[in-house]
Design a protein around this ligand. Structure first.
Ligand code: TXA
Ligand code: MG
Length: 314
């Protein structure tokens, strides 16, 4: 049985105790719900891969409470430091050189010499990290390849019975996963996400290269088919074809809508929940059509997730 824990002192204490016992606990972050386990424990980390059905070559993000905890595990270069100061705590993940003797389970990094780290902003995530007092490995709390969870109920739909508990913090405010960046020496965008790349380019005063390749994923969201609902997905639709559920945006009105006013922040926050709702409405043989979303700001991350949802399935 998977326990649902309330977002109070008792719930956080229980979640921290379960993590200390090597159990898996899903918890809210401002981006999506994470499937947390002690990043120092081979058993816990192996359990994360098993619960998700995730390929073990796809490494995990380590969640930490503050920059000094990051520096105990990894080397923070000049660009990384500037990004950390501006965007942490928040929806940014930095891929940094791993320090010798960091004490992480080698399963976390899938044998790489780098580690992906994030300081989340969600108050419950922060309280849990403080109460647990160690690094928490956490991918998104969904079965591998499926839509990421932005509510505790989404976590239970995919993982009930496979994890010890979920800490229920209500809906996630950002709704898209973190932006993943390798910052030094040259900044490279590995996955678009909750921090728009334009904001990071403005801060560092230089353009970001883009990395990642579907065959040798440098970041997991880089697998071509990902975020897949049951129904087929069509993009850049301005009207529904027979059998389709249209998800609108701005001037394109659908049965469901990402944002009536064309607000990308609202659209990001609603995206994964709408994918699930549209999937239910479409039924077993139905299709989902999405209105066009501008390719700027959070639109980059929204379109990235939509393209992967629409990609041919393996
Ligand atoms: O917002 C988020 O990032 C959420 C919340 C829970 O923090 N987590 C998340 O984790 O999206 P996940 O496992 O679904 O995505 C982590 C990504 C993967 O695509 C993985 O390939 C990449 O991070 N990654 C992890 N370690 C890496 C490394 N050393 N180098 C490059 N990419 C790495
Ligand atoms: Mg994921």
């Amino acid at each position: 049985m998977t326990e649902t824990l309330a977002p109070d002192d008792a719930g956080i204490a229980r979640a921290a105790r379960l993590l200390a016992e090597g159990e898996l606990v899903a918890f809210p972050t401002e981006t999506v719900y994470g499937l947390g386990g002690d990043a120092r424990s081979d058993r816990a980390v192996a359990g994360i891969y098993a619960a998700k059905g995730r390929p073990s070559f796809n490494p995990l993000i380590v969640h930490l409470p503050d920059l000094s905890a990051v520096e105990a595990l990894a080397t923070v270069g000049p660009n990384a430091r500037a990004l950390a100061r501006a965007f942490w705590p928040g929806p940014l993940t930095l891929v940094l050189p791993l320090r010798d003797g960091a004490g992480l389970s080698p399963l976390v990094t899938a044998g790489l010499a780098t580690v992906a780290v994030r300081i989340p902003a969600h108050p419950l995530a922060r309280r849990l990290l403080q109460a647990f007092g160690g690094p928490v490995a956490a991918p998104s709390a969904n079965p591998s390849g499926r839509v990421s969870p932005t509510r505790a109920g989404h976590v239970l739909e995919g993982l009930s019975g496979r994890i010890a508990a979920v800490l229920d913090g209500g809906p996630c405010a950002v709704g898209l996963e973190s932006t993943i960046v390798a910052a030094d020496p040259a900044p490279t965008l590995l996955r678009p996400g909750g921090v728009p790349v334009e904001a990071m380019e403005a801060l560092l005063g230089q353009p970001f290269a883009t990395g990642g390749d579907a065959h040798r994923p440098s970041a997991p969201g880089q697998l071509a088919s990902h975020y897949a609902p049951e129904a087929g997905v069509r993009l850049n639709a301005t009207a529904a074809e027979p059998g389709e559920v249209l998800v609108g945006f701005g001037p394109v009105k659908g049965a469901l809508t990402l944002s009536d006013t064309g607000d990308l922040v609202e659209a990001a926050a609603r995206l994964f929940d709408l994918l699930r709702q549209a999937d239910r409405l479409a039924g077993p043989h139905g299709r989902i059509a999405f209105a066009p979303v501008p390719e700027a700001g959070l639109g980059l991350a929204i379109n990235d997730r939509l393209r992967r949802a629409a990609a041919p399935r393996p």
